[in-house]
Design a protein around this ligand. Structure first.
Ligand code: S3P
Length: 439
């Protein structure tokens, strides 16, 4: 079944919205809750296909999980060594986070597992976790570096000291999870800061880890104690509205209860450098994660050279940042973002094609893009059709382009929007976007 968006120009964005729960934190709440001792209560859980894939995998591994019911989930933890193997493959769907973190977690089990994914996930690189896990003594088999992934049991894992070649929270988290099962100490050092939800949540589960500069260090064998987790709204989903309200005339929008962990707020810093008007209201800490309401109003955006150190802190937000760049005055240059080429789609190629289809001068480079902004007022995109390549964030980014389009936009293959943002169409329509979905 394929679905598509039809988006008419002339929409606006006003009022208050709460976007769904954070995808990264939702995945981790199931994983850590499952291997904890005791019962973990989760609220604000993302009922999107990706996090549900993780939930189904842990159910298959013998964990009793109740929900989700309006964002509430109860995980009856089985302890570090309580998971049970199954003979059938475990399906991670579209979720790279599920697969990469699971490879690390399953590497230390006394049973073998096979992980599979959908067409997009089946093309994504897994050596980035298989290689360092191999150094820990794990037995991981891929098909030329890609899924399906077979994990054979080994007698023991050994802690290693690993310097990651790329900035990836998934790789870091995978090794930390394997480190829980390893003899001795595991040390992971990252080349640039990436999201630290695994580290924060493990501390919430009572695990002792040491964070020194760019390194995380933990000793294997530590038990996790169940806890309660309140999942904030996902800043990566809020990002579509942060950009939408910045580029739309007369917009004034309040985004409620958004996670503003400093390893995720690159989008705020980049938009502010471009001249956006974003206010953080009532900053607070909820379950170890910083949260605030974000008020965003229309602004005259300027093109910038995006500082490369902000790239890993906004890695999922580039599709919509490219839309912001087209609606700015002057040129925007993104470098150091080659990781975008191995996301749910090649987000550099797919976004450049889509922007050009709508009349924007966008030049893809090996590690980023150069976009000539068409000015901060009036229509900048022509009417047209976009191939989303089944990538949720590409589809939602182009939906926001309608706010500055001269005619209707047709965005194909939108089913996967539900992986991270179930209810996107009705939420966006309620806030003023002229969007409809058809199938
Ligand atoms: C994620 C990490 C990021 C991000 C993904 C979620 C996570 O991937 O793109 O959507 O939850 O750890 P990388 O760490 O591979 O960059």
């Amino acid at each position: 079944m394929t679905r598509h968006f039809e988006v008419q120009p002339g929409g606006g964005l006003t009022g208050r919205v709460r976007v769904p729960g954070d995808k990264s934190i939702s995945h981790r709440s199931i994983m850590l809750g499952s291997i904890a001792e005791g019962t973990t209560h989760v609220s604000g859980f993302l009922e999107g296909a990706d996090a549900l894939s993780t939930m189904n995998v842990f159910r298959a591994l013998g964990v009793r999980i109740e929900g989700p019911d309006q964002g509430r989930v109860t995980v009856h933890g089985v302890g570090l060594h309580g998971l049970r193997g199954v003979s059938h493959p475990l399906d991670c769907g579209n979720a790279g986070t599920a697969m990469r973190l699971l490879i690390g977690l399953l590497a230390g089990q006394k049973f073998g597992s096979t992980l599979i994914g959908d067409e997009s996930l089946s093309k994504r690189p897994m050596r980035r976790v298989a290689d360092p896990l191999g150094r820990m003594g794990a037995s991981i088999h891929t098909v030329e570096g890609r899924p399906p992934v077979r994990i054979e049991p080994v007698p023991t894992l050994r802690g290693i000291d690993y310097v990651m070649p790329m900035a990836s929270a998934q790789v870091k988290s995978s090794l930390i999870l394997a480190g829980l099962y390893a003899e001795g100490e595991t040390v992971v050092t990252e080349p640039a800061p990436t999201r630290d939800h695994t580290e924060r949540m493990l501390e919430g589960f009572g695990v002792r880890l040491t964070r020194e500069g760019a390194s995380v260090r933990l000793r294997g064998g530590q038990p996790l104690r169940a806890t309660d987790i309140d999942v904030p709204a996902d800043i990566s989903s809020a990002a579509f509205f942060l950009v939408g309200a910045s580029i739309a005339a007369g917009a004034d929008l309040l985004l409620e209860h958004v996670g503003i962990n400093p390893t995720r707020t690159g989008i705020l810093d980049i938009l502010k450098l471009m001249g956006a008007s974003i206010d953080l209201i009532n900053p607070r800490t909820v379950g170890g994660e910083p949260v605030a309401d974000l008020r965003v109003r229309s602004a005259s955006l300027r093109g910038i050279a995006v500082p490369p150190e902000l790239v890993p802190l906004a890695i999922d937000e580039f599709p919509v940042l490219f839309i912001a760049a087209a609606c700015a005055s002057g040129r925007t240059v993104v470098t150091g973002a080659e990781e975008l080429r191995v996301k749910e789609s090649d987000r550099i190629a797919v976004m450049a094609d889509g922007l050009r289809a709508l009349g924007i001068d966008a030049t893809p480079t090996p590690d980023g893009m150069v976009i000539e902004g068409r000015g901060a007022t009036g229509p900048v995109f022509s009417a047209g059709s976009i191939a989303s390549h089944g990538d949720h964030r590409i589809a939602m980014a182009f939906a926001m382009a309608s706010l500055r389009a001269a005619g209707p936009l047709h965005i194909d293959d939108t089913l996967n929007v539900a992986t991270s943002f179930p209810g996107f169409v009705s939420l966006a329509a309620g806030a003023g976007l002229k969007i409809a979905e058809a199938g």
